[in-house]
Design a protein around this ligand. Sequence first.
Ligand SMILES: *[C@@H]1O[C@H](CO)[C@@H](O)[C@H](O)[C@H]1NC(C)=O
Ligand SMILES: *[C@@H]1O[C@H](CO)[C@@H](O)[C@H](O)[C@H]1NC(C)=O
Length: 456
Amino acid sequence: MKTSAIAAMGALAAGVSATPSMAPQQKRADITPVTVKGNAFFQGDKRFYIRGVDYQPGGSSKASDPIADADSCKRDVEKFKALGLNTIRVYTVDNSKDHDACMGYLADAGIYLALDVNSPNYSINRAKPARSYNKAYLQSVFATIDAFEKYDNTLLFFSGNEVINDDKSSECAPYVKATDRDMRSYINARKYRKIPVGYSAADVAENRLEMANYMNCGPDGARSDFFAFNDYAWCDPDKTSSDWEQKAKNFSSYSIPLFLSEYGCNKNTRTFNAVSGLYGDSMASVYSGGLVYEYSEEGSDYGLVKIDDGKVTEKDDFAALKKALAGTPSPSGDGGYKSSGEASKCPTKSDHWNVDLKDDELPAQPDGVKDFFDNGAGKAPGLTGGSQDSGSDKVETAGAADGAVTTGASTTSSGASASGSGSAAAGSLKAPSFAAAPLVASMVVVASTLFGASML
Ligand SMILES: *[C@@H]1O[C@H](CO)[C@@H](O)[C@H](O)[C@H]1NC(C)=O
Ligand SMILES: *[C@@H]1O[C@H](CO)[C@@H](O)[C@H](O)[C@H]1NC(C)=O
């Protein structure tokens, strides 16, 4: 990047904390904010299973915000209702835009938002993780939190998406975890509702368990509130999946909520048999549901609908998913969740895990970030500009929870307290996984940037 651009970003970062904004809470009597208890999500005292789809019409190459447009949102909410969803995931939003209308339509339909806080130019870059973890980056992340914390149907924030996609890129994990920590700290410092923060991992078998354990190990102030991963292993017409059964066993002692951030193999005609497995009694003690990839057809044959000139046409997959969800109620009672559990053990360095730091070390918070904790993130940068080159290739390490703010966020009146991970937890960065073909293990290609990689 040219030095002039870096200077411009410096100016941006310097100007941001001048106008802290505390928008009024948009409380709705009909929406109960979701909280974390042990290894599960709760809606008041009722266990909450994510029954959702991934939503990013326009797909990978455009950095655009699908929920800033009230009309297309209203149109698609009708489809979400028909599918019987309670959650959508959005990969990229413009944090300078207004989302009141769309968040209202979603709330009217009882639908929550799982939101990625990164965007193509404001994200951790896999090729230069240290440089891209910086103040301008966190300002954008925090501005996204500011834009969405006020909605009771904001379910959770993804701190990072598919940043690690092979053995080598696991070296980015500390930056992901530092971002995750900083997000939780920001929420606490601003006394926002305790909106859960966690990472969404690519479907990479080699270090899936390592990454899950990494985000839930070390000091409480640096542990995530939940963990999610993408999983395309259960393909129709199989009625069961030994792979999914084995994963559920492997994760049986995991102590924070776990769910699938993308699923829905498309190798054969989709009947979504995986739905009955995911919400079945045997997986409910470990998993809290998942998100089907993906709502709109973007050229890789994963879409449930086609959108042409603003008109939505249902594909056969739409009816198939609707039928599968309708035939599969979530488990009754608490699903056998664990109300408390131990932190995970940090993974050790190996061929698949390229992290050198000690269990209690993470990249230190960039200078100036505390200003945001004290005064808010200020003016949102939107999707223009960028932060990936605003930092330095040399980042200091510090105690993993140094600078973490672990108290302050409000819990809700609904009873369940955010716990599971202790008080505050770690976070991470998200690399927008713009809705291109999902990154399945067999398709992993090392690309030079997160964005590049996610646009495969
Ligand atoms: C379960 O864990 C074992 C031991 O770590 C590992 O070899 C195996 O690949 C895992 N299975 C799945 C399906 O993740
Ligand atoms: C994103 O960053 C690239 C590379 O610095 C730049 O060319 C592009 O204009 C940026 N995008 C936007 C929307 O500002």
